[in-house]
Design a protein around this ligand. Structure first.
Ligand code: F3S
Length: 390
């Protein structure tokens, strides 16, 4: 294993001069750097830390967090947790779970992590092109790398927390330009110029299975930012895609003239995407995977205006996005739908009460069966509203 070059200040941290927690955190970063062949650490502009839901980290994760004693030195937020911090009772979360979840939150707050629990940190503190980050959640990583052109590997919870407390991350993988080129080409054919967000999610669901962990370059599609978000989130769920390019759309594909000769070329037809949409009856609807953008909230508001939902209708978004769009959210909630912050249909235990859930997200389509024990039906947001209100 190559040594990881450390600056003099880092050597002091490693010697324990800034306390045990910082020493432990830097040891984690150096160990990761050695495993992945990093020759140095690179300063980051922000961190996003997973391992925030008590449903996923449990008792031992909480104990580990509680023994740490240091403060984040860069802006850092959390991944979604198992409940909305303010409205957990209304959502039906059990008090025993809420108590444990609040203990996890308190532990992170003590570490200087901002209590925004979202997979869309780019709506709160958008990174810049070529910024180095240490983000955890797979869809956020995909968006940062692909749509913004920032640079982050998919960090595990401890690695991202260590990066937040030290302000650096090991420089390997997607932090290096040479590792960001396309490795496979996906040509999408058959009338796909005006796909819905759900169809981009379905395309990502299908494409993720085809490409695995390779970096795809898409030809033949023109997604807007919400379509890109849906595409990348689903590919990160069914595959392990942390970066993709879309010809003439994403920043690095606009900047570079990639030589794709010699790369495998896969053709995906519109019909293969449509096959993922079904007609199954459902008990609940959940949208906002990844968390809704302001534009998606506005679309939901328009579709729900003057209607009443007849089955539970959940919408998930970042707390700050909800607060910035209070009027829109109030209008949505007049329909009986609920807009919750901090959590989502996959990490909240509340969703386990349903046997069938309708979603408009390729990522949720992939995760709801395993994480909630419910069958998932894919539909556009228009179809979700239609099913919930008729
Ligand atoms: Fe976000 Fe939860 Fe989906 S974390 S990407 S809303 S599974």
């Amino acid at each position: 294993m190559k040594p990881v070059y450390l600056e003099p200040g880092d050597e002091q941290i490693l010697a324990g001069e800034q306390g045990e927690t910082k020493q432990e955190m830097l040891e984690i970063l150096v160990a990761l750097g050695k495993v992945f062949g990093a020759d140095r650490l690179v300063p980051i502009t922000s961190a996003q830390v997973s391992g925030a839901s008590y449903k996923t980290i449990g008792k031992y994760g909480l104990e580990w967090l509680e023994h740490l004693d240091a403060r984040a030195v860069v802006p850092a937020v959390l991944n979604p947790i198992g409940m909305p911090r303010e409205r957990w009772q209304e959502m039906g979360v059990q008090p025993g779970f809420a108590e444990k979840q609040n203990a996890v939150i308190a532990a992170y707050e003590r570490l200087g992590i901002r209590l925004e629990c979202t997979c869309t940190p780019y709506y709160l503190n958008p990174p810049k092109f070529k910024d180095h980050l240490a983000w955890s959640e797979s869809s956020a990583v995909s968006y940062a790398n692909s749509v913004i052109g920032a640079r982050t590997n998919r960090e595990g919870g401890p690695g991202a927390l260590a990066a937040a407390l030290i302000g650096k991350t090991p420089c390997y993988g997607l932090h290096l330009s040479k590792n960001r080129k396309p490795q496979v080409v996906i040509e999408v054919s058959g009338g796909v110029r005006s796909l819905s967000i759900a169809h981009y999610g379905a395309l990502g669901y299908h494409a993720g299975r085809l490409v695995g962990n390779r970096i795809p370059l898409f030809l033949g599609i023109r997604p807007d930012p919400d379509g890109l978000k849906a595409l990348g989130a689903a590919m990160a769920a069914t595959g392990a895609v942390a970066l993709y390019h879309v010809e003439r759309v994403t920043p690095e594909a606009r900047e570079s003239d990639y030589d794709t000769s010699g790369l495998e070329k896969i053709t995906v037809d519109r019909q293969e995407i449509d096959l993922l949409f079904s007609e199954m009856p459902v008990e609940a609807v959940a949208i906002g995977c990844p968390h809704c953008s302001p534009e998606e909230l506005t679309t939901a508001e328009k579709l729900l205006y003057g209607k009443k939902v007849k089955i539970p209708f959940y919408i998930f978004a970042a707390n700050e996005v909800i607060n910035r769009n209070r009027t829109t959210v109030a209008s949505i909630e007049r329909s009986g739908a609920r807009v919750y912050a901090d959590t989502c249909m996959v990490v909240s235990p509340v969703m386990e009460q349903y046997t069938t859930i309708m979603v408009n997200s390729g990522k949720a389509l992939a995760y709801v069966p395993g994480m909630c024990g419910a069958a998932a039906r894919m539909g556009t947001i228009e179809e979700c509203v239609e099913v919930a209100t008729s």
